[in-house]
Write a protein that binds this ligand. Sequence first.
Ligand SMILES: [Fe+2]
Length: 329
Amino acid sequence: MKNAVNVLIVDDDDAHIELIKRAFDSHRASFNLLTESTLAGARLYLQNNIPNIVLCDWLLPDGTGIELLSPDRNAALFPVVLMTSHGNEELAVGAMKAGALDYLVKSPDTFANMPDFVVRAHREWKHIIARKEAEVKLQQVLLQTVESLSLMVEKRDPFTAGHQKKVCQLACAIAGEMKLDEKVKSGIYIASILHDIGKISIPAEYLSKPGTLDPVEFTIIKAHPQIAYEMLSSIDFDSPVMKIVQQHHEKCNGSGYPFGLKQRDILLEARIITVADVVEAISSHRPYRPALGIDAALQEISSNAGELYDPDVVEACLRLFKNGFKFNI
Ligand SMILES: [Fe+2]
């Protein structure tokens, strides 16, 4: 039936299936009921069909209903509600943690109210999906905004065009090599692509000056991490992006700026971006010198590992280049 809610019931107890079906008797136009009695049967059905909701018994002859919630299923396609004959808080918590939409204890009342329950659960699922889609869209807009901000800096400083993007590529690759978790990697992505955004307030002639900067000019340039911190402080990022950006010129021995932080007082994300920044800067052309090449860049980080740069980060970076890492713009 078109527009009907497709409900897959997985239960090896024929009497329970019968009771559930009977509850839907007066709602036949609104629901399509499909039944399977084993986990294998349900899996086979789900390979080629996407029901609107699955009501699955906990204990099946060939496994448990929770196995239908394995991470490799396409969780976005259909919700699963687990049913048991005996209430058990531990099972309920386990079901929800595994990704079940809900957990039901079988009883005559539960069966009788199943149509109302399915309507509510189906509506809830649609809200969850809509919310997830909105979050993904919002995340995309955030990343696009961040990339536009990054481009704004490079428009003012064409001599270092692509610098932030390349630092971002290397920093993210180092984070991957160090097997950092997704949230940390996401913070590194945003912070690295914006790390020089504070240069937007530095006079363009200093940024593109072909010769050595005098002390006053250098002092002004050195303000860019703090300016970036202030620019980003009103944005509620999930990770400490503004602090990472603020610390991207700190060095492990305390010789960096703006605060002269040392070792682990510097955020790991900032220590990673520092190494990526140095490698990209040395290997690329600058207004005041030609490109020195990747070998010189790797020499710089390896000879100063532990002194200026985090040795674990340096090691991961060297491994990446040994395995063929290349900047990709
Ligand atoms: Fe910088």
